[in-house]
Design a protein around this ligand. Structure first.
Ligand code: SF4
Length: 177
């Protein structure tokens, strides 16, 4: 399973390369109204991170931990920032051990009424630049199986539908096992 997860992470990274993120510079920061979007960590992911950043703070949500984001530098007025984000080099300081929640960005698994759906944030111009057909196929073959596996173990990863995210795939039936 670990090997499959690594392959999936690689495929996701090939779609959204770190050089894209470094030039965009808008990820990992949060406005007053989207602090709930701060990444969630499994117990194992949190413990791994704490070996590097032992003063990081987390808040328990179900079986998961949400990192406590901090007030960003003045240039990001009204913005909060992930404590693992290097604001000078515009990169994640824990990239190799970033949590599932970050490795699947900008895809989400969400609940809308009685459905569980895979969605795509409208905040990532790089991914949105792909053709819809390609995104649908990539979601079905790569993103959905990975997310479903995690969501079955950590249902708190399924968050309420928000921000007019693009709805890509209904996976309700896959979560009924
Ligand atoms: S853990 Fe890394 S990728 Fe995730 S929000 Fe923080 S800085 Fe960004």
């Amino acid at each position: 399973m670990k090997k499959n997860n690594k392959t999936t992470k690689k495929l996701l990274s090939s779609l959204l390369k770190s050089k894209n993120c470094m030039s965009c510079k808008s990820c990992c920061k949060f406005g007053e109204n989207d602090c709930f979007d701060a990444p969630m960590f499994t117990e194992g992911e949190k413990e791994n991170i704490l070996k590097k950043f032992n003063n990081a703070k987390f808040k328990k949500i179900g079986k998961l931990w949400k990192v406590v984001i901090v007030r960003g530098p003045n240039k990001h007025t009204f913005r909060y920032i992930c404590p693992f984000y290097n604001d000078k080099e515009y990169k994640c300081m824990v990239y190799d051990i970033r949590p599932f929640d970050c490795s699947t960005w900008p895809f989400y698994i969400m609940k809308l009424h009685d459905k569980v759906i895979i969605t795509l944030s409208k905040d990532c111009p790089v991914i949105l630049n792909n053709k819809l057909d390609f995104l649908l196929e990539f979601t079905e073959k790569i993103v959905a199986p990975y997310m479903i596996k995690y969501a079955l173990k950590y249902p708190d990863l399924i968050t309420p539908y928000r921000n007019k995210a693009v709805i890509l795939l209904d996976v309700t039936d896959k979560l009924k096992s």
